[in-house]
Design a protein around this ligand. Sequence first.
Ligand SMILES: [Ca+2]
Ligand SMILES: [Ca+2]
Ligand SMILES: [Ca+2]
Ligand SMILES: [Ca+2]
Length: 306
Amino acid sequence: MIVLREQFVHCFQLRSQLHPLNYSSHYRVMKLPLLAASAAPSAARTVAKSIATCVAASVGLLGGGLLIQLPAQAFSYTTNFTAELSGDDASKGNIWLDSVTLGDGTVIDDFAMVTGAEIISNDLWSGGNTGAASADRGDLADGIKVEDASNLDIMMALNNNNLNNIIDTEDTGNFAMNLFFEESIDEVFLWERGRNSKLALQAIDTEGNTLGSLVELDYSSEWDYAGYDIDTMEIGDAQQVGSIGVSLDDFGLSSSIAGLRVVSESSFNGPDWKLMGAKRKVPEPSAMAGLGVMMGGLLLRRRRAR
Ligand SMILES: [Ca+2]
Ligand SMILES: [Ca+2]
Ligand SMILES: [Ca+2]
Ligand SMILES: [Ca+2]
């Protein structure tokens, strides 16, 4: 509890950096006033986000499943892909994800795939357009289409970089599922067919326990256009695909995560989605140590030269 109290003190110290800027306290988490980033001057937004992250991390220390919801920050990126077919068939065939380009020009082409799925709940499929999450694919694409999807079917729809292998959800479908990645991740890349639905995400550990805060994304009409359309087995015409990125900051976490809980509620308009993760590239500790040795060597040589 001492750690927790110190953490909150740290949050308040961050908050004090906002003075003398005007801000409003729209968010209340455990009776701690938080600044509404949208109402704040841009200079204050970074501090506001730090406070939000800080408080989320503090609350995370409490454990015990206490859930707080923060406004999603999310991030944009460009989807770089190769459509195998051309013309009208492009939206029906395999569409391979090559890489994504982040806003700062960083190119990520090494993705962590979903290697395990655990359906917690999924509306029962009883024929036709019933049920919730199912495995879907482009009309002319490789992959599977299974309405009454099992854990294995969910995993197979996601465990590849074919953007035309997705999870389709019926309009008022409810589901919750845990997804585990081949390695722990720092970022999530998400695509939604139709640009007309939304999803909620939460980080999980290797046991499937939730971590940090629940992130309820905006409707995908607010996301970026990913630059391609898809026409899958479950729909009659090609639909635009939207993209959005979610980072550890959005979850109020600072260390890599093993998986995600993905949730759709009946008001989310049946998200039809693909996602994968990536590890943020930071210098290896051994490389840093090597750099330290090099610097030390330089200093020594300079001293000797005197
Ligand atoms: Ca379906
Ligand atoms: Ca949709
Ligand atoms: Ca179709
Ligand atoms: Ca849908």
